[in-house]
Design a protein around this ligand. Sequence first.
Ligand SMILES: [Zn+2]
Length: 250
Amino acid sequence: MELVAVFIIGTLIGSFLNVTIFRVHDDRSVVKGRSKCMKCEEAIDVKDLVPVLSYLNLRGRCRKCKSVISWQYPVIEIVTGLLFVAAWMASGMGLMFVRDAIFVSYLIIIFVYDLRHMMILDKFTVPAMIIAVLLNLWLGYIPAWSILAGGLVLAGFFYIQFAISKGGWVGGGDIRMGALMGFMLGLEHGLVALFIAYLLGAVVSVGLMLFGKAGRKTPIPFGTFLTVSTVVVLFCGGGIVEWYLGLFGG
Ligand SMILES: [Zn+2]
């Protein structure tokens, strides 16, 4: 019962994340104004704003003009719901759950925005960084030195590539994303997440090339891998680090 409630809260937050992603891209206020259909600009009824269910009920089309509604809406609502459930199962009710829910929300926004627009916006990473540092310092589960070193080392990792390639390999957004990962996870887990992101990136790139969906030059939004690996390590970081050390008998 508890998990169902957490899932529903997650889907509601997910629909807010959707609104944020679309409105930030269109340069509109996130809090002001009713939600409108993208095509006919008709205001959407409250009864059609229920996460997931409204989309199913309307069969993915606007009630008035029948234009197709992006499948991104229900998918993000469901994914947010599931990740909230995962956070709940990882830490239970308490401040850690609140922290994880906030972190996951920012990471979902960054993931979707990078996937759609190939950009990691400071508008998302900078406030997330500040929140991550403050929450982690306050909660005290990660040592303060590790939080700060994590941000500096991971940002530095991307900054060096940025400097060497004069911005050709990575962008400024990646540097800020690195800092965010370090601030969220601390140094040790941050490095693990970085490693997993490259592993994922390699697997997906090779997969896309094998299936002829991408060539060597096709740009791949690396921020998507960074966010996915951060979520993975956020929920099972301790387990992964232990397994990794175990490989060396440590
Ligand atoms: Zn419409």
